[in-house]
Design a protein around this ligand. Structure first.
Ligand code: PLP
Length: 452
C-alpha cells in the first residue's frame, strides 16, 4: 500500500496463495528462533497496516476484524496517533515515571479519573500490559485489606504472570507444567446464561452464580474475613465473549460491599470503547473499586493502568512500581486515543456493533443448526458454534475451520472460548467493511461446513 492508496483501500485483496513465499520463509525462521508457546492460528505475516487493513509481506491485503487482539482501538497507523507518538518521541522517549516527574503522567492519571466510573478520588498505577494491571490490582487488594484470598471465575483470562495466572482459568494449557498457583484463588462459574452451570433459565434465575459465594464458599473454603478481592471481567473475553446479565455484576457489588471485599473489574479486553462505552461495566450500572485497563488504552503502544479508589491505593513508597510503566510515548498515544474515541469512535463502536450483530443474526437464521448464539456489546461480538442445537455440544473443529477459511478469504478473525469466533475490529471501521466481513464470514461457514 503506498501512502496515497492506503486510506482508500477498504476491502481484502489477495495476490498470492496463502501463505505467500515471503511469509513462508519468515514463519520458518520464527519457528526456529521464537518461543514455541505462542498461539498462532494461521500464518499471517504483517508488513504494514492502515485503518482496518493489513498488508502482508507478499502484498496480500486483509480486512482486520481482530485488531491485534482487541488492541488497535483507533486502527492501524491512525495519522493522529502516529503524529502524537512521533512528536512525543522527538521530545523524550523515557525517563522512568516511578522515579521522575513529567506532566503527561499526571495528565493521563487525571483523565482516567474522569473516564472511569465512580465519582470519588482515585489513584492510577501505570504498567505495560494487562497482566501487570491485574498484578497491581491484586496487590492493592491484599495491601488494603490485609487479606489473601481471591475469588475468580472459570473461563476467565487475566494474564500469564504468576499472580494473574492464579486467576486465569480459560485453558488447561495456561497452567500445565507450572505447579501450584502462586495465590489462593477459588474459581466459580461465570454468568453464562446460554450454558447456566446451575441449570437455570433467565426466568428461573436467582443469580445462583453469585449466591454460591455466600451460601457455599463463605461457609466452607473461603471465610469471608479472609477474602481480599473478587476479580471479574465485565464481559468475559478469552472465555468466549460472554455478556452476563446486569444482576450478576450488581450482586457481586453487594457481596463485596457487605463483606469488605475489593471488587476488581478487569476491563483489559472490554474497556476503552470496545463495547460502545468507555468501560463495559458502565452497561451494568456498577461501580468497581479497582479497574484494570490495557490493550486498547494506547492504540497499540504497551501501556496499562490500574485505577483504584484513592483510599485503597494508599500504600507506602516503593510498594509497587515499574521502570517502563507510564512510558511517555504510550501516554501520548493514550491521550490521543481517548480524544478520538470521544470525537466519534465510541458512537461508531455502538452503531457498527449493532449493524454487525444484525448481519450475524441473519447468518444464524441461515445456519440455525450450528450457530448457537450471536452476542455482544458494541464491537465486542461473539458467535458460538455447536455440533447441533439439540445437544448444544461445542464444535471447536468447525470453529477452527471457519477461522482458517476466513483467513484464506482475507478476513482476520480469532477464536475465543471453546467454540466461539470473536469479532473485535478497530473502532473506526465503516458499514461497508462490516458488511464485507459478514459476507466473507458467510462464505467461510459454507466452505467449512462443506468440508465436514
Ligand atoms: C481480560 C484480560 N485481562 C488480562 C489480559 C492480559 O493482558 P496481557 O496479555 O497484555 O498481559 C488479557 C489478555 O488477553 C485479557 O483479555
Amino acid at each position: 500500500m503506498s501512502a496515497t492508496i492506503q486510506s482508500t483501500v477498504k476491502f481484502p485483496k489477495l495476490v498470492t496463495e496463502l501463505p505467500g513465499p515471503k511469509a513462508k520463509e519468515i514463519v520458518e525462521k520464527d519457528h526456529k528462533f521464537v518461543s514455541p508457546s505462542y498461539t498462532r492460528a494461521y500464518p499471517l505475516v504483517m508488513k504494514r497496516g492502515y485503518g482496518a487493513m493489513i498488508e502482508d509481506v507478499d502484498g496480500n491485503v486483509f480486512l482486520d476484524f481482530n485488531a491485534g487482539v482487541a488492541v488497535l482501538a483507533t486502527g492501524h497507523a491512525h495519522p493522529e496517533i502516529v503524529k502524537a507518538i512521533s512528536d512525543q518521541a522527538a521530545e523524550f522517549v523515557h525517563i522512568a515515571g516511578a522515579d521522575y516527574y513529567y506532566p503527561q503522567l499526571a495528565e493521563l492519571a487525571e483523565k482516567l479519573q474522569e473516564e472511569t466510573p465512580g465519582d470519588f478520588p482515585k489513584r492510577v498505577h501505570f504498567g505495560n500490559s494487562g497482566a501487570e494491571a491485574v498484578e497491581c490490582a491484586l496487590k492493592v487488594a491484599m495491601y488494603a485489606t490485609r487479606r489473601q484470598k481471591f475469588i475468580a471465575f472459570f473461563q476467565s483470562f487475566h494474564g500469564r504472570t504468576m499472580g494473574a495466572l492464579s486467576l486465569t482459568s480459560s485453558r488447561a494449557a495456561q497452567r500445565l507444567g507450572f505447579g501450584r498457583a502462586a495465590l489462593d484463588v477459588t474459581h466459580i462459574p461465570y454468568a453464562n446464561c446460554l450454558r447456566c452451570a446451575y441449570g437455570k433459565t433467565p426466568d428461573s434465575c436467582n443469580v445462583e452464580c453469585v449466591k454460591v459465594i455466600e451460601e457455599r464458599l463463605f461457609k466452607t473454603t473461603c471465610p469471608k474475613e479472609e477474602v481480599a478481592g473478587i476479580v471479574v471481567e465485565a464481559v468475559q473475553g478469552e472465555g468466549g465473549y460472554v455478556v452476563p446479565p446486569a444482576k450478576f455484576h450488581k450482586e457481586l457489588r453487594r457481596v463485596c460491599d457487605e463483606n469488605g471485599i475489593v471488587l476488581i473489574v478487569d476491563e483489559v479486553q472490554s474497556g476503552i470503547g470496545r463495547t460502545g462505552k468507555m468501560f463495559a461495566i458502565e452497561h451494568f450500572d456498577v461501580i468497581p473499586d479497582v479497574i484494570c485497563s490495557a490493550k486498547g488504552i494506547a492504540s497499540g503502544i504497551p501501556l496499562s493502568a490500574t485505577v483504584a479508589k484513592a483510599d485503597l491505593m494508599n500504600w507506602h513508597v516503593g510498594a509497587h512500581a515499574s521502570t517502563f510503566g507510564g512510558n511517555p510515548v504510550g501516554i501520548a498515544a493514550s491521550l490521543k486515543t481517548l480524544e478520538l474515541l470521544h470525537n466519534g469512535y465510541l458512537k461508531n463502536s455502538e452503531e457498527m456493533g449493532e449493524r454487525m450483530r444484525a448481519g450475524l443474526r441473519k447468518l444464524q437464521e441461515k445456519y440455525p443448526e450450528v450457530i448457537a448464539d450471536v452476542r455482544g456489546l458494541g464491537l465486542m461480538i461473539g458467535v458460538e458454534f455447536v455440533t447441533d442445537r439439540a445437544s448444544m455440544t461445542p464444535n471447536p473443529e468447525l470453529r477452527n475451520r471457519i477461522e482458517h477459511e476466513c483467513f484464506l478469504r482475507g478476513l482476520i478473525l480469532l477464536g475465543a472460548g471453546e467454540s466461539t469466533i470473536r469479532f473485535s475490529p478497530p473502532l473506526m471501521i465503516d458499514g461497508d467493511q462490516v458488511d464485507c466481513a459478514v459476507k466473507i464470514f458467510d462464505e467461510a461457514i459454507a466452505a467449512a461446513m462443506n468440508a465436514q
